[in-house]
Design a protein around this ligand. Structure first.
Ligand code: S6P
Length: 605
C-alpha cells in the first residue's frame, strides 16, 4: 500500500458508517443496468444481515435491537389503550420526515375503525413543502424543532416521540432540528418518552457545537442512552452497512426506517386491538416479512434493469421520467422524484411524480400547496393539462398501481398517454387470488408485475399496501439512482456533483476531495472555498466565515466539488478547472480525464 492509499484508508475508517464508501458498489458507474441491479440487491441485503462481524455494531436482527423495538411497541400499545391523553409523534428532516409522513398516513388508516382514535402525527422540518422540495433553513434550528413539537403535543399527558435521523446528525445541519426535539423531551420525561432512530453507533455522533445551541448531538444521544437504563428513553441504532451511493440515506436508511417503525406500530396495534402479546418473536416476524418483500422485489431483476435502462436513456437525451402513481404508491413516486434534486443536482422536472387526486389524496396537514409553484403541481389532472400535450417519445412514463386501485382510471389514463407515446411502462402489484387482468398489463411496454403470495385473509389491506409501498420504493430508488449513474452523474459510488447546501453536505464535499486527492483536510477545504467563492485568492473574510455562510453562497453555484477536485488534482487555476469541466459535460468523464491527465503529468515530472 502506498502513502496515498494508506491516507485514504485511514480517512475512510474515520467516517461514520452512513457516510462510508460501500465496497460492493465501488464500480457502479462502470456497469450496465443488469449488473447495477445486482449491486443494489447486495447493498440492500446488508439491511437484513444476520452475521455480526463487528461486536461494536448492532444489526437489525441483533437481540438488543429487537428488545428495544419490543419496548417501544409496548409504549405504542399503551398509547392506543389511552387515546384521549396520548400522542405518537414521528419526526425527521428530508427523507426521514417524508417516511414519517407516510407511516403516519398508513397507521392512521389502520386505526380508522369505530372506537379507535387516530393518535399518530408527523413533523417534517420545513413543514409540508419539505415533502416535495428540500428545505434547508428550518432544518437548522433546534428551537424551532422543539417549538413545533411542543405545539402539537399541547394538552397531552403521554407522548411517544420518535426522532429519525439516519446519519444521527453525524454531519448534518439537520441535526439541530431533531436534537432540539430530543433535548426538549429529555427535559420533560414526565410527559415524553423519546426514541432516537438512526443507523450509526452513538460513539460516532457529532460532538462539535451546533449553531445557536448549547448542546451537541452526541451529548443528546448519550443522555438518551443513560435514560434507556430506566426505560424512559430508547435508542434504536442498528448498523446497515454503507449506502450504495455514499451518504445517500434515502436508500437503505429510508427503507430501514420504514421497516422498523412499521413493525413497531403494527405490533403495538395488534397488542392493543387483537390481544396479541408484543414479543421479540413477533417483531422478528414483521422484519422477516419485509425481507420477503426484498427477495420478491429483486427477483424481478430483468424488468428492473430494463426500466433503469429506459430511464437512463431518457435522462441522457435530456428528456423526462414521469411517475404516475395511485394512493400511497403516488406518494412513494413523489418522494423518490423530489429527492433527485438534492441527491443528483437534478432539475425538478427531470424526474417528476404525480398522484391521483393531488393533495386531496395526500391528506397532508397543510392541505393544497399547489399555489407554491410548479414543483407542487402533483395531480394526475395537472399532468394531463400541463405535461401531456407536449410529451415526447423520449420521455418515460411509469405507472405505479395495485390491483386495489381503480383499474378503469388506470386504463383510461394509459389510453390517453398511449396516443402520444409508446414509451409507457408500469410497476403493478397484485395477489395470487386477485390478479390484474392481462388486458391492463398489455397496455404497457415493460411491466414489473409482482403477484404476491400473501392472501388478504392473512394480512389486512393496510399491511399489504405497506409491503407494496416498500417494494415500489426499492424499485424507484434503483431506477432513479441507476438512471443518474447512466447519465454520468456519479463517479465510482460518489455523487461528486452534489449541491453543497448544508453543513452535512459541506463536510461530505471535503471528505470526497480528501478521498480522491489524498490531500489534507485543510488543502481540500481551501480548494472547496475557492470554488464556492469563485476566486483564486481567498480573502480573510471568506476563510473566517462560518459554514452557514459558505453553504449559502454554494447554493447558488454549480459544480463546486468537481471544480475544486480539478483544481487540486491538476494544480490549476479556477478558470482552467472550469474550462476542463466545460470540455467534459459528463461529470464522470471530466473526473476520469482529470485523473488520467494528472497521472501523465506526474509520470513526465
Ligand atoms: C438523503 C436525503 C436527505 C436526508 C436528510 C436527513 O438521501 O437526501 O434529505 O434525508 O438530510 O438526514 P438524516 O441523516 O438526519 O436522516
Amino acid at each position: 500500500m502506498n502513502m496515498d492509499e494508506l491516507k485514504q484508508s485511514c480517512h475512510e475508517l474515520s467516517l461514520p458508517v452512513t457516510e462510508k464508501c460501500n465496497p460492493i458498489s465501488r464500480d457502479i458507474d462502470r456497469v450496465n443496468g443488469k449488473q447495477m441491479v445486482q449491486i443494489l440487491r447486495k447493498c440492500d441485503a446488508e439491511i437484513f444481515e444476520k452475521k455480526n462481524h463487528d461486536p461494536f455494531h448492532q444489526r437489525l436482527y441483533s437481540s438488543p435491537v429487537i428488545q428495544t423495538m419490543v419496548d417501544v411497541a409496548k409504549r405504542v400499545e399503551m398509547m392506543l389503550r389511552d387515546p384521549e391523553e396520548s400522542l405518537i409523534v414521528l419526526s425527521g428532516c428530508g427523507t426521514s420526515g417524508r417516511i414519517a409522513f407516510l407511516l403516519v398516513t398508513s397507521f392512521n388508516e389502520m386505526v380508522k375503525a369505530p372506537k379507535q382514535k387516530q393518535i399518530c402525527s408527523y413533523i417534517i422540518a420545513g413543514g409540508d413543502r419539505a415533502m416535495l422540495t428540500s428545505q434547508e433553513a428550518p432544518e437548522d434550528d433546534p428551537a424551532l424543532g422543539a417549538r413545533m413539537l411542543d405545539k402539537i403535543c399541547a394538552g397531552k399527558k403521554h407522548v411517544l416521540f420518535v426522532g429519525i435521523s439516519c446519519g444521527m446528525s453525524m454531519y448534518s445541519m439537520q441535526a439541530p432540528f431533531v436534537a432540539g426535539q430530543l433535548d426538549f423531551c429529555l427535559k420533560h420525561l414526565d410527559v415524553f418518552t423519546p426514541v432516537l432512530l438512526g443507523f450509526n453507533p452513538v460513539h460516532m455522533a457529532r460532538s462539535e457545537p451546533m449553531q445557536d445551541c448549547s448542546f451537541h448531538f452526541k451529548d443528546v444521544a448519550e443522555r438518551m442512552i443513560a435514560e434507556q437504563r430506566h426505560k424512559k428513553a430508547f435508542v434504536l441504532n442498528p448498523v446497515l452497512g454503507a449506502e450504495a451511493i455514499s451518504g445517500s440515506s434515502r436508500m437503505k436508511g429510508g427503507s430501514a426506517t420504514k421497516i422498523i417503525l412499521e413493525s413497531i406500530l403494527l405490533a403495538g396495534h395488534e397488542a392493543a386491538f387483537r390481544g396479541k402479546r408484543v414479543t421479540p418473536e413477533c417483531i422478528s416476524a414483521w422484519i422477516t416479512a419485509s425481507e420477503m418483500v426484498y427477495e420478491t422485489t429483486y427477483s424481478h431483476s430483468d424488468e428492473l434493469a430494463a426500466l433503469i435502462h429506459q430511464a437512463g436513456e431518457s435522462l441522457q437525451m435530456k428528456a423526462h421520467v414521469y411517475y404516475i402513481g395511485w394512493q400511497t404508491l403516488g406518494i412513494i413516486g413523489l418522494t423518490d422524484a423530489s429527492e433527485c434534486v438534492p441527491t443528483f443536482g437534478a432539475d425538478f422536472d427531470d424526474i417528476r411524480g404525480f398522484i391521483n387526486n393531488g393533495f386531496r389524496e395526500m391528506k397532508n396537514k397543510e392541505g393544497d400547496l399547489s399555489f407554491l409553484g410548479p414543483e407542487f403541481v402533483i395531480g394526475h389532472k395537472d399532468f394531463v393539462d400541463t405535461i401531456l400535450p407536449s410529451l415526447s417519445q423520449n420521455d418515460v412514463m411509469l405507472f405505479l398501481f395495485t390491483v386495489n386501485d381503480d383499474l378503469h382510471e388506470v386504463t383510461a389514463l394509459a389510453d390517453q398517454v398511449r396516443r402520444r407515446t409508446s414509451n409507457l411502462h408500469a410497476i403493478a402489484h397484485d395477489l395470487e387470488k386477485f390478479t390484474i387482468p392481462e388486458t391492463v398489463c398489455n397496455m404497457f411496454g415493460t411491466v414489473l408485475h409482482i403477484t404476491w403470495s400473501f392472501s388478504s385473509e392473512e394480512v389486512n389491506s393496510v399491511v399489504m399496501r405497506q409491503r407494496w409501498e416498500l417494494s415500489t420504493k426499492w424499485c424507484l430508488n434503483a431506477i432513479s439512482t441507476g438512471a443518474h449513474v447512466l447519465k454520468g452523474k456519479v463517479y465510482m459510488n460518489y455523487m461528486i456533483d452534489l449541491r453543497v447546501t448544508n453543513s452535512k453536505l459541506y463536510r461530505r464535499a471535503i471528505n470526497i476531495l480528501q478521498r480522491f486527492t489524498g490531500c489534507s483536510k485543510g488543502e481540500c477545504e481551501r480548494a472547496l472555498l475557492r470554488a464556492i467563492y469563485s476566486t483564486d485568492d481567498l480573502s480573510e473574510d471568506m476563510t473566517s466565515a462560518d459554514v452557514w455562510k459558505h453553504t449559502d453562497v454554494a447554493n447558488r453555484r454549480d459544480q463546486v466539488v468537481p471544480t475544486a477536485l480539478v483544481m487540486i488534482q491538476c494544480g490549476c487555476t479556477l478558470a482552467e478547472a472550469r474550462h476542463h469541466l466545460d470540455c467534459h459535460p459528463v461529470i464522470r468523464d471530466a473526473v476520469s480525464a482529470c485523473f488520467s491527465s494528472s497521472k501523465t503529468k506526474s509520470t513526465m515530472d
